[in-house]
Design a protein. Structure first.
Length: 307
């Protein structure tokens, strides 16, 4: 919390001079669930998500990164993956009107600060992060800021990931050790074991560890599908059952892979330069500060930016 401090106080990893690619939607939802709904604006609308998200953004600002690129999901239940599979994320509910208002207020904060604010009705936030990495920072290290495990597939040896709450960053080797697989194979692993959070069904009895062993012993998803007999030569205990499932659910596994892989070809605007305080739209930021009942230290910090 920032209520009694002159600036956001929680400990975060060293982000100074780093390029941050941020899944902003996840942190709006985290604030919506995590901050009490007693925070209201003058019209009686909840603004807990806005206040929590503002807290997160200010913590990033005071860490002095070189650049922050915010990416947001506006393709809820209508984007590319829902066109591929209408049951994708069917276990989730659409944001209500109060959250929709708060999301728009969060977009307004980012734009008023002069920070890149990327949205798409076709692609998800992590697709936009993949596109920014591929199209703007293909040769530069980045920090991928999200708690979504899908993002691990973007990790290169010089990149980092951060879930927004841990005291340290995770690197390529740490992710490989944790999941027992090359980070680039994360979409194939999730295609095999499924992802309950996105309503993606996996093979029966195949968890992340078994999926990793399959890929490590056989090679990749294409090899599993095209040469399923290789499974029978593996050391996996349930190989006979997996062998039959692979053949029976081939089309589902191919669809799963389309859902779990990220798309680095989303259209993007011109690459921005390094952010500094001159990028701030003072009038828009002043309007934001006036319309949202921010915590005292948040208001002081933002007002200090427009002086």
């Amino acid at each position: 919390m920032v209520e009694r401090n002159s600036k956001p106080a929680r400990v975060i990893p060293s982000l100074e001079h780093k390029i941050l690619l941020i899944d902003g939607s996840i942190f709006i939802f985290r604030a919506w669930f995590g901050w009490p709904d007693r925070f209201m604006d003058q019209q009686g609308r909840p603004v807990n998500a806005v206040i929590g998200f503002t807290d997160f953004v200010l913590r990033l600002l005071v860490s002095h990164p070189e650049q922050m690129i915010f990416c947001f999901d506006t393709s809820l239940f209508s984007g590319l993956r829902h066109q591929l599979d209408p049951s994708y994320k069917a276990n989730r509910t659409l944001p209500d009107k109060s959250l929709e208002y708060q999301m728009n207020s969060c977009f307004e904060l980012i734009e008023a600060l002069g920070l890149p604010c990327l949205k798409s009705y076709q692609y998800e936030a992590d697709d936009l992060m993949a596109s920014v990495q591929a199209q703007w920072y293909s040769a530069q290290p980045v920090v991928l800021v999200t708690s979504d495990k899908d993002i691990f597939q973007l990790l290169r040896p010089h990149d980092w990931s951060w879930d927004g709450k841990s005291a340290g960053l995770s690197g390529y080797e740490q992710v490989r050790e944790r999941w027992q697989i090359e980070p680039s194979k994360m979409p194939e692993l999730l295609a095999l074991c499924g992802d309950a959070s996105d309503n993606i069904p996996g093979l029966s009895g195949v968890g992340a560890k078994t999926a990793a062993r399959l890929l490590n012993e056989v090679g990749d998803l294409s090899s599993l599908l095209d040469q399923p007999e290789l499974i029978l030569k593996s050391t996996i205990r349930a190989k006979q059952n997996i062998y039959h499932q692979i053949q029976a659910y081939r089309s589902r596994l191919l669809l799963n892979h389309q859902l779990t892989r990220l798309y680095p070809d989303a259209p993007l605007p011109e690459r921005p330069g390094q952010w500094d305080i001159t990028a701030i739209d003072s009038d828009r930021l002043d309007s934001f500060v006036s319309s949202i009942p921010l915590l005292g230290s948040q208001k002081s910090f933002l007002k200090g930016l427009v002086l």
